[in-house]
Design a protein around this ligand. Structure first.
Ligand SMILES: [Zn+2]
Length: 346
């Protein structure tokens, strides 16, 4: 998410208040190529009285490149990293060694309309050691969906709920390709909120507000205790969950996926999203959804089981990377709802 410190339109406090109104527990600011000191910590929204934890990150890219490709989300950084932006591997190594996390932002994009026709994909793939990728970037999705003049753009401006769809299939395929190399690649979802206004002829409208986007694509984490009141302890809880892939991407526009579960057992071992399981006879994989959905179990990039409902169970004796996608119909279309991190069966 972006504030007035880079190309967003909200101050840090305005963004935090919008997140509190949307019911979020924590946010990570990721302004472009600037690191802002003194913001992190608990924030109480004056209007709702809700508390939320603010963490600091940065979205870094090499500004000397034209176009400016290779955007990297660096979470939990404690200093400005612009000096090493031109070397993605050095950036990854530096952030990871200093206790941060690195996610390749919007790794594949599709062109939008006019000013949004420029795409900013990740192109330098001979890298290693990063935490993961941003599987679903809400603004990338929006840009593509509003790509044709008038009909889509006007509809999208007045019915923003109609717009968000799902991660692009090519991004899901890229993730599966990376997972097939045997490494752990954590997927997160991002709102990429800027709260910019869109102009179309005589009309100017600010549609994708911070609050609207914060009620849409988010990363849900699993932690075993409520967030600590101590900032460093809470930060560690979030860091541990994200770095282990104990998280899923959910779109809350129509209904919140809070409570969605994907877990596995093999012998005495138990695993949640992001964990590994060693085959001990067979492995049992279970999906439990808080609401009925089209549940798809994916193994090594291929759907091996599906169910319409709240539960899916599967027994397997095969190693592989197992993950779950869930879809629901709303605003006249089947849309992505939940994308879990994998359980790695070895
Ligand atoms: Zn970006």
């Amino acid at each position: 998410m972006h504030t007035v410190a880079s190309d967003g339109t909200g101050t840090h406090d305005e963004v935090a208040s919008a997140a509190a109104r949307a019911g979020l527990d924590f946010i990570v600011y990721t302004d472009h190529n600037i690191w802002v000191d003194g913001i992190k910590g608990w924030y109480r929204d004056p209007a709702t009285g809700r508390d939320l934890l603010r963490l600091m990150g940065q979205e870094i890219n090499d500004q000397a490149l034209e176009p400016e490709l290779n955007h990297m989300l660096c979470h939990f950084v404690s200093r400005d990293l612009n000096g090493i932006a031109s070397d993605p591997q050095r950036l990854i190594d530096d952030v990871m060694q200093s206790g941060g996390l690195t996610f390749l932002a919007h790794p594949l994009e599709r062109p939008g309309l006019r000013a949004a026709s420029q795409t900013y994909p990740w192109i330098t793939w001979d890298i290693d050691g990063y935490t993961g990728i941003e599987l679903w970037n809400a603004m990338t999705d929006v840009k593509w969906r509003l790509r044709t003049l008038w009909f889509r753009a006007v509809l999208g401006a007045y019915i923003p709920n109609w717009v968000l769809s799902a991660p692009f299939p090519e991004v899901l395929a890229k993730w599966d390709e990376l997972l097939a190399t045997g490494r752990q690649v954590v997927a997160i979802g991002g709102s990429d909120a800027h709260a910019m206004s869109f102009s179309l002829g005589p009309f100017t409208r600010m549609v994708y507000s911070y609050e609207f986007l914060f009620r849409a694509v988010n990363t849900h984490i699993f932690i075993s205790e409520p967030l600590a009141s101590d900032i460093d302890a809470a930060r560690r809880q979030i860091y541990n969950a994200l770095s282990a892939g104990h998280c899923f991407i959910g779109n809350s526009q129509a209904i919140s996926p809070r409570g969605f579960e994907f877990f596995g057992t093999s012998g005495a071992q138990k695993a949640i999203m992001g964990d590994g399981l060693t085959l001990d006879g067979a492995v049992e994989l279970c999906v439990a959804s808080p609401h009925p959905a089209h549940l798809r179990l994916i193994k090594d990039g291929r759907c091996i089981a599906e169910e319409f409902g709240r539960e899916l169970q599967w027994h397997s004796q095969e190693p592989g990377v197992y993950r779950v996608e869930a879809y629901r119909r709303y605003w006249g279309e089947v849309r992505g709802w939940v994308f879990t991190n994998p359980i790695y069966v070895r």
